[in-house]
Design a protein around this ligand. Structure first.
Ligand code: 13P
Ligand code: SF4
Length: 303
């Protein structure tokens, strides 16, 4: 069995030979983050893929992240290391759902969380990520917003944009939705001096206990900059692990030990090496659908 360093070195060598770019999300295992050119939240990942000069990009994340990169860069070869690494929230909204909501609310603009399929993006007016949802909802001209699919991000955004009417969908992230108020109260009891930084995909009963609410990259920035010596991290566990390694003088705690995105954990070093070596698994999209989805993603990255 090869050790971690050996596989990492093989990946770095091959990456150089093939002039490939590796982008990793903060939820993939740390040993994969360590070989990436950039570790990003989903907004930065989409932007970097679009702006990259490299023609071969490995997206170490879930499928919708690879699809977004392909939609924004149709001339590049986009690979994902694990073809079955999906996002259950993205599968919770269908094209028919969007069409029905649009028919029921013809004046509303459709704001689509980037955690969605290309087909759903194609039916939407603009995409957003957790770091841009608020900005986009405020800037949009329409007074009514159909916000799909994440009900928690939608409710949080709606609470900050009270002058607009929000129409919610019922989607959620199983990893964040699982966390309850009892979990955060228990974590706060165990670490009474800690601040609490949380992702807006969590339930409102959890968000109400937060000192900070933001995307993965924003949580990391907050944790670095806060004067607090202890921070409870309200998102996927890899973020607390990354912060603990980077800032040993502070203490980082995950709300619970169940804060895991199983799909992100499918991105292993072995799968990245295979992906680079065999140039699989390539993202290929229906051209018509990708063209239609591009507009809403382009609007997102331009804001
Ligand atoms: P970020 O946009 O904060 O990286 O979140 C992506 C995601 O899938 C959160 O569960
Ligand atoms: Fe999807 Fe949730 Fe995993 Fe994010 S954490 S990729 S929303 S399943």
């Amino acid at each position: 069995m090869e050790n971690i360093k050996e596989i990492q070195n093989k990946i770095l060598k091959l990456k150089k030979e093939k002039n490939a770019l590796i982008l990793a999300h903060y939820y993939v295992p740390l040993d994969v983050q360590d070989i990436a050119d950039h570790v990003c939240d989903s907004f930065e990942m989409a932007k970097r893929a679009k702006e990259a000069k490299e023609k071969l990009i490995i997206i170490c994340g879930v499928r919708f992240m690879g699809e977004s990169a392909k939609i924004l860069s149709p001339d590049k070869k986009i690979l994902i290391p694990a073809p079955d690494a999906g996002c259950p929230m993205a599968d919770m909204v269908t094209v028919d759902d969007v069409r029905r909501l649009k028919a029921e609310h013809p004046k509303a603009a459709v704001v689509c969380y980037v955690n969605s399929s290309a087909a759903v993006k194609a039916e939407s007016d603009i995409c957003c990520t957790s770091s841009s949802a608020l900005r986009i909802a405020k800037a949009i001209e329409a007074d009514e917003i159909i916000f799909i699919p994440d009900v928690h991000l939608a409710e949080y955004t709606a609470s900050k944009v009270p002058d607009k009417k929000f129409i919610f969908h019922t989607g959620f992230c199983p990893t964040h939705h699982r966390i309850t108020e009892a979990d955060i109260l228990a974590a706060k009891k165990a670490h009474p001096d800690a601040q609490f930084a949380v992702h807006p995909e969590c339930r409102s009963e959890v968000l109400k206990h937060a000192d900070f609410i933001g995307s993965t990259a924003e949580i990391i920035k907050f944790a670095r900059e806060t004067k607090a010596k202890e921070v409870i991290i309200g998102t996927e566990m890899e973020i607390a692990a990354r912060l603990q390694r980077e800032l040993p003088e502070k203490k980082f705690f995950s709300v619970t030990s169940a804060f895991v995105c199983p799909n992100m954990k499918k991105i292993t070093l072995a799968s990245v090496l295979n992906s680079l070596k065999n140039e699989e698994y390539e993202i290929n999209l229906d051209e018509k659908e990708a063209n239609a989805a591009r507009q809403s993603l382009e609007r997102m990255v331009a804001r």
